[in-house]
Design a protein around this ligand. Structure first.
Ligand code: WT7
Length: 650
């Protein structure tokens, strides 16, 4: 299967923006021969500037790169106002609730709703340019309004995924020193109401001194506690606001948003994105990777709490004037045909989801797609984790009817938008392969010293030139930014961006991602740091030592496997379901349910080197049930390996 090649659909190619590999190569050559000229042309064409930039790229303070120096713009203007002349009555967002309730918002309505929201932020809460606003929201229209309203007035939003716990929310509020939290009473999932506001109350019960007010959108109208003087109800208040709100004039490099993500060490990092570079790439990738056209309806199933939701539910589709679908529920409720029913009903043209969702839909409803008319589909996308060939094939044949390109998009929170992906009208696709870097993106698989790797050999996946939508810094921690991303690899003597991923290049130059090379785990496309989970587990009073590793999982991609050494035990070792319950309850309080472990093993000790470093490779191999091939002679106590194996395998 690895060598099988799927050529683009000819009819599709004819109408695509990038029609063949020659066109792709030309763009790439253009970028290579005049990098700034390449981006200059695109930025002039794709952004409506309030006033032009004076310089394309400033590398003087690398790696703190700056793009489109002194340019002035507003991202909400790019996403909304810009379209009013030609598209005011076009659907901007189609919302579908968990229980089937529907609402379509035109560009003109979006304009008014965002302006009213922005006025509310300014007038009622005194939010100004540069203030941080945390958005802890379900997948409802107001989440998109809130983001765009912040963009309109120049406030920096930090969306926190609704599945994160109170502790995780508190950490993020405190790190950003947020002035306002926007939330909802709750929402609906699988036919039932669930709550968010109590989590906010819990988060704010300690610390969070910077927070002045909490704005609450009523969605499920369940009873909640209202804190006098702090909590404000959105639904009524917003009606009194004016429909007009001047967009704030923003500098290209002003921060647009922060989005926290996990690293291999320490607390989550507040990834800081810019205005101009980010929105340019959000729009361009919609055009190149999804080939979005004026009459297309685009559906990305992510949550707005992740970068995929930022770039491909809100900013990218709206910046390109498309119709974007926002879905509150899950694709398997009320049955495994839900997603396909929606594709049929809205005549979805591009469908973008995670391999985990594809695996679940494949497993629970292999023949479901056949019950619906999916002929509107043109491009299918995957993101967040490697997809396995069987899931890929089902997606291609059964969902796409063997006529849609599958774009396996590799990127990260830090990159803002796609970096490596097939182009649906041009790239001959190898299943489960991200293929080639996008035009202008200098992604390379190299050794640490910048030399290229041999064909088929794993190397460091780096981006060797700055790009417009790149992370600008880690909020409040420039040093960590430099160390995390520019501390590992160099090329031509200059530090280059290292993604944390490994990759291989085949004899045709195709890039396949092999996964993280650091201690980051990917569960169902969610990125989790082992260090964070370990810190949570240590809060259990009887845990002396802990090591968290990933184990391959058929559905989730990876699952969490935890080894613990007890302070006081009864001398018995092995998989412990009782303790797993206790530990998972702590994890769910400290981080959220997404970080819960599948397996917890009590072991007599951990494999450590003489300098005290835990050799996770050994623990990963044991979790997988593999033979230990690694050299264990450098361990402080090599006999511990056998003892752990005995504990795990019984
Ligand atoms: C990590 C980034 C990109 C938005 C969602 C996740 C993994 C991402 C792919 C892909 C294999 C992938 C990488 C990356 N990843 N896309 N197409 N194939 N792996 O964003 O939470 O920042 O995670 O997701 O390991 O580093 P994120």
């Amino acid at each position: 299967m690895g060598k099988e090649i799927y050529y683009p659909n000819k009819d599709f190619s004819k109408q695509a923006r990038i029609k063949n590999m020659c066109e792709y190569n030309d763009l790439m050559e253009e970028a290579k021969s005049d990098y700034e000229g390449f981006w200059d042309k695109l930025a002039k064409e794709k952004i409506d500037w309030f006033s032009p930039y004076t310089k394309v790229l400033d590398e003087s303070n690398a790696p703190f790169y700056k793009w489109f120096i002194d340019g002035k713009l507003n991202v909400s203007y790019q996403c909304i106002d810009r379209h009013l002349d030609t598209k005011k009555n076009k659907a901007a967002i189609i919302f579908e609730g968990d229980r089937g309730d529907k609402e379509t918002v035109t560009y003109l309505e979006l304009y008014r709703n965002v302006n009213r929201f922005a006025n509310l932020l300014k007038n009622e809460f005194g939010i100004k340019k540069g203030d941080r606003v945390v958005i802890y929201m379900p997948m409802i229209l107001e989440a998109a309004y809130a983001m765009l309203a912040c963009a309109r007035i120049g406030a920096i939003h930090s969306v926190v995924f609704g599945g994160f716990s109170a502790e995780a929310l508190r950490d993020r509020i405190e790190d950003a020193n947020a002035k306002l939290v926007i939330t909802a009473d709750g929402a609906f999932r699988k036919g039932k109401a669930y709550m968010l506001k109590p989590v906010v109350d819990d988060a704010l019960s300690k610390g969070c001194d910077s927070v002045e007010k909490v704005l609450v959108v009523q969605r499920n109208f369940e009873d909640i506690t209202w804190v006098e003087g702090r909590d404000v109800c959105y639904n009524e208040l917003v009606k009194n606001q004016s429909n007009e709100c001047e967009p704030e004039v923003m500098d290209s490099e002003d921060p647009l948003f922060l989005l926290y993500t996990s690293g291999s060490t320490g607390k989550p990092k507040g990834v800081q994105h810019s205005q101009a570079g980010y929105i340019l790439w959000a729009r361009l990738t919609m055009e190149w990777v999804f080939d979005i056209k004026d009459n297309d309806t685009f559906w990305c199933t992510a949550d707005v709490g992740w970068i995929t939701g930022h770039t491909y539910i809100v900013y990218g589709p709206l910046a390109s004037g498309a119709t974007t679908v926002m879905f509150e529920g899950v694709p398997t409720y009320p049955d495994a045909g839900r997603a396909w029913k929606m594709v049929e009903e809205y005549k979805i043209n591009q469908f973008y989801t995670a391999p985990t969702a594809i695996r679940v839909l494949h497993k629970t409803g292999e023949d479901e797609p056949k019950k619906y008319d999916l002929s509107s589909l043109k491009v299918l996308g995957t993101v967040g984790e490697p997809i396995d060939p069987p899931a890929w094939k089902w997606y291609y044949e059964v969902v796409g009817g063997s006529k849609c390109a599958i774009v396996d998009t590799w990127w990260q929170t830090e990159t803002g938008g796609h970096m490596i992906s097939p182009l649906p009208g041009a790239t001959p696709i190898k299943p489960a392969c991200a293929t080639f870097p996008l035009p202008g993106i200098m992604a390379e698989v190299i050794n640490k010293d910048g030399t290229p790797v041999e064909v088929g050999e794993k190397g460091y996946l780096c981006i060797t030139k700055p790009w417009p939508s790149m992370i600008r810094t880690i909020w409040g921690d420039d040093e960590r930014f430099k160390k995390s991303y520019f501390g590992d690899c160099v090329k031509d003597g200059k530090p280059v961006y290292f993604s944390g991923d490994g990759a291989v290049v085949d004899e045709d130059g195709y890039i396949t991602i092999t996964g993280r090379m650091d201690d980051v785990i990917n569960v169902s496309g969610h990125r989790l740091g082992t260090a964070e989970i370990e810190a949570a587990v240590k809060k259990h009073s009887n845990i002396a030592e802990v090591a968290v590793v990933a184990r391959p999982d058929e559905i989730k991609g990876e699952s969490i496997f935890i080894y613990v050494v007890l302070k006081e035990g009864d001398g018995s070792f092995g998989i412990n379901a009782e303790l797993a319950k206790e530990i998972n309850s702590i994890i769910s309080t400290e981080i959220g349910n997404i970080a819960k472990a599948d397996t917890i093993a009590v072991v007599p000790g951990l494999p450590k080197t003489r300098s005290g470093k835990i050799m996770r490779r050994i623990l990963r191999a044991i979790a997988k049930g593999e033979e230990i091939k690694q050299d264990t002679s450098t361990l402080e106590d090599p006999s511990v390996v056998e003892a752990i194996q005995k504990a795990v395998n019984g």
